[in-house]
Design a protein around this ligand. Sequence first.
Ligand code: GLC
Ligand code: MG
Length: 238
Amino acid sequence: MQKIRRLLATDLDGTLVGDEDGLKELLNYYEAEKEPVALAYVTGRHRASAEELMQEEGLPRPDLLVTDVGTAIFAGPALQEDEGWSERMSADWRPEAVERAAADIEGLCRQELPDNRRVSFHSDGAGPADELRARLKQGGIAHTFIFSSGRDVDILPAGGGKGEALRYVMEHYVAGDADVLIAGDSGNDLDMLTIGHPSVIVSNAQPELAGVITGDGMFRASRPCAGGILEAWRHFHG
Ligand code: GLC
Ligand code: MG
């Protein structure tokens, strides 16, 4: 695969998807660009669920698909799994230990997922999530802890997450001097929004991103979802 020279790396739910008119506007803008802009979808969903959303919303096929909160990377025309990344994700990963630690925490409900790349829950507010975090730490269980939308708890292998996955993508698939924009709206996007590339927080973002400091490389859009992405793309690369 030739290295990408222009890249939009974006979350799906609440970021690329959520405002139909804005999405049309963004896609039309990219279509009219002389130099193509590659797409990386970076989502909390598992692959089949991401594909379902892509179909429902008529999204263009991406050049890269990062699923399961950054624990799986798919690339190329057939969106084949990147084995280097999956090896890294499974090296020190003990999902059973996470399950055991969570078993009797009230207000924590396991999400049904097709595999054990991550162990995810719905938490009844922050309390049960905090309890799990404390137990994992106490038990010395290697992990990355992600809390989003006041409800979703993702326990990932250590070194996982959208930010680390995107760093890997940059290293392997993207030219060093590429024009890049990273877009998100919730807690699981935080680590990718702060890896040091131009980033945008869309106006409809969850309260957990309210404290992120807007500066040189961090743009706070005045528009929601894809319209906010377009606003930021123009700001950085227009
Ligand atoms: C998506 C996923 C869910 C995950 C959440 C936060 O909603 O479907 O499994 O917990 O994102 O990352
Ligand atoms: Mg989102």
